[in-house]
Ligand binder design. Structure first.
Ligand SMILES: [Fe+2]
Ligand SMILES: [Fe+2]
Length: 291
């Protein structure tokens, strides 16, 4: 595939074994995890966390005052921004920034790839919430958003540990008969992003259900894990709608499997595709502002 020099020179540079040194959890992410289930105090605690991070505070205020929202008066405080934008959106911004921005070493092309991955992940979060929201409570749907946002977490590790090589692997336009990105990762690094992401998620103390989604989002659909199917279906829809990029443009191979598990008919699928199309510009505008 592509440039054999780059591929060959880096083939043995990154293999997962028992000595592999996993990245440490970003400080903001570990703080957010600590208040994730704290319903009563979460808005206030989130505000405190954000106020400790100048760059995040500035971006949230910039975002709240953007034409995207056109609130009547200027948003001057984080607590006002949380009230107007919603805790879920502000939290996802904080998580996205803590993970996707802190893992780039600053090279331009790699930052652009990570930004595309973040945009894709955000889109999958939005769609997962939409799909799961029809089948569960609002709180569970918000959890589905988080699952979608973090489903491709493993890819961040390759960007960190095999920066040049993975940037090359990731940037390939996979739309024909080429092997899927998971197969390529397995070949080069000895592990694909789904199990790698789950190892990291477990190490970082993510909730068990979130670790399961990360581990199995490319596995055969399972009736007993419908939230995995929701994220897998969302992943396919977002890829095909071209919202960001996660290294592949095709649907996941078992495309109809998640639909069957979710009992999602053609009519709902069409609605979801239209929803993704309609949200694409909004999501792209959002990323122009936050990245
Ligand atoms: Fe994936
Ligand atoms: Fe993905």
């Amino acid at each position: 595939m592509g440039n054999p020099t780059i591929a060959a020179s880096l083939k043995s540079s990154f293999r997962i074994d028992c000595n592999f040194d996993l990245p440490t959890i970003p400080v903001m992410m570990s703080r957010i995890l600590r208040v994730l289930d704290d319903e009563t105090a979460s808005a206030r605690k989130m505000e405190e966390l954000i106020l400790h991070d100048q760059s995040l505070s500035a971006r949230i205020l910039k975002f709240a005052n953007s034409p995207l929202y056109a609130f009547r008066s200027e948003v001057k405080t984080i607590s006002h921004a949380i009230t107007l934008l919603g805790l879920n959106l502000v939290r996802s911004l904080a998580i996205g920034m803590s993970i996707f921005n802190s893992f780039t070493r600053g090279a331009r092309s790699e930052a652009a790839h990570l930004n595309n991955l973040w945009m894709h992940s955000y889109g999958v979060g939005v769609l997962s919430q939409k799909i799961w929201g029809r089948r569960s409570t609002r709180k569970d749907a918000e959890f589905a958003f988080l699952c979608g946002l973090l489903h491709d977490l493993g890819k961040v590790v390759y960007f960190k540990k095999a920066t040049t090589h993975y940037s090359y692997v990731f940037a390939q336009d996979r739309s024909g008969e080429q092997p899927c990105i998971s197969t390529v990762e397995q070949e080069y690094y000895g592990i694909s992003h789904a199990p790698l992401g789950a190892i990291l998620a477990e190490r970082w103390g993510f909730p068990a259900a979130l670790c399961t989604v990360i581990r199995r989002h490319h596995s055969a659909p399972d009736q007993n894990a419908p939230i995995v199917a929701a994220v897998s279906l969302a992943d396919s829809i977002v890829r095909q709608a071209g919202i960001g990029y996660d290294g592949d443009r095709r649907a996941n191979p078992e495309e109809t499997g998640p639909q069957a598990v979710l009992n999602c008919g053609e009519e709902e699928l069409e609605q979801l595709r239209s929803f993704a199309e309609a949200r694409r510009k909004e999501i792209e505008d959002f990323f122009r502002l936050v990245s």
